[in-house]
Design a protein around this ligand. Structure first.
Ligand code: FES
Ligand SMILES: [Fe+2]
Length: 316
């Protein structure tokens, strides 16, 4: 399961979208089914019945919070435990469980661990903007036709801002940029991934870009006395499709009406990126050294190193 994306925590879906109706979600080439159990707990199972491999997402969740397979009615709890095998009272149910994945709700999102082999040692490391109480958050989702690694490194790439986003988030940089300008990118390894700062002609504009392994970017927009962050959650669907969730968090302009403004801005930024990212060759980013790189590629090269040394060839 999850070849090239195994043994990591990843955001999967907004928790509010998950209820008693089983929902099929594709993640890194694996079909998953997500539903809520009796006490509202989230279950994430491989969307494949252990009996005859039909999609469990075609089934139904009963009052007991168990997901019933549509074919022969086997019933599974959110943790995958087999609770009933109709017409077979002698069946060894403990050997007939569904494959479940560790899952947690953090902030507004369901996070899942890409290995069915028990609880992972570490907890997901989540940007504070996605988790902290008292912040107002917005989300938008886009599907891009590209390998997720191309989309992820786009999110870590500062020098594209004054070009691709010259009319939005990169406007300030575009105005300051002169033909002989220089951008210096710093990178600091952190426990969760890394932090990058981009200086334009030696000036720190205050923005902070953080990478949370394997697939989350958090950008702090400097606003004195205020919290404003833009997050990109780059979720692999399969080899050629990526689900991009852009989340914002803020502690100002709190009325919900303003959410529309932030969502509209997130959509604009994402859609500006889309055409260039989708124009890259199909498939994953190449290893460092396989495309020409310059000094301002420091952060994206860090990602390429991580992907090719750690994630690639991972499987469970
Ligand atoms: S295929 Fe699921 S119960 Fe038979
Ligand atoms: Fe961008």
């Amino acid at each position: 399961m999850f070849s090239n994306f195994a043994n990591v925590w990843t955001p999967l879906i907004e928790a509010k979208r998950v209820g008693r109706t089983p929902l099929r979600v594709e993640l890194a080439g694996e079909g998953l089914v997500v539903f809520r159990g009796e006490r509202g707990e989230i279950g994430v199972l491989q969307d494949r019945c252990p009996h005859r491999s039909v999609r469990l997402s075609l089934g139904t969740v009963g009052d007991d919070g168990c997901l019933q397979c549509p074919f022969h009615g086997w019933r599974f709890a959110p943790d995958g435990e087999n609770r009933h095998v109709p017409l077979n009272p002698d069946a060894k149910r403990s050997q007939l469980n569904a494959t479940s994945l560790p899952a947690r709700v953090i902030g507004d999102l369901v996070w899942v661990y890409t290995s069915p082999l028990g609880q992972p040692a570490e907890s997901p490391q989540v940007p504070e903007g996605l988790d902290e109480a008292g912040l107002t958050r917005t989300y938008i989702t886009r599907t891009w036709h590209c390998h997720w690694t191309r989309a992820m490194e786009n999110m870590l790439d500062s020098p594209h801002l004054p070009f691709v986003h010259r009319r939005s988030i990169g406007r300030g940089l575009a105005r300051k940029m002169k033909p002989d300008s220089r951008m210096d990118i710093s990178w600091e390894d952190t426990s969760f991934g890394g932090r990058s700062i981009a200086l334009m002609d030696g000036v720190d504009g205050g923005g902070r870009l953080e990478f949370f392994r394997p697939n989350v970017m958090a950008l702090t927009i400097p606003m004195p006395g205020r919290h404003f962050r833009i997050h990109a959650l780059v979720i692999p669907v399969n080899e050629s499709e990526t689900r991009l969730v852009v989340a914002t968090s803020r502690n100002f302009l709190r009325p919900r009406l303003f959410n529309l403004l932030f969502q509209s801005s997130s959509r604009k930024i994402a859609d500006e990126d889309r055409a260039v990212v989708e124009s890259s060759p199909p498939g994953e980013v190449p290893p460092p050294g396989h495309e020409q790189s310059v000094a301002t590629d420091k952060a994206t090269l860090k990602f390429r190193h991580y992907y090719h040394r750690v994630l690639r060839h991972s499987a469970c």
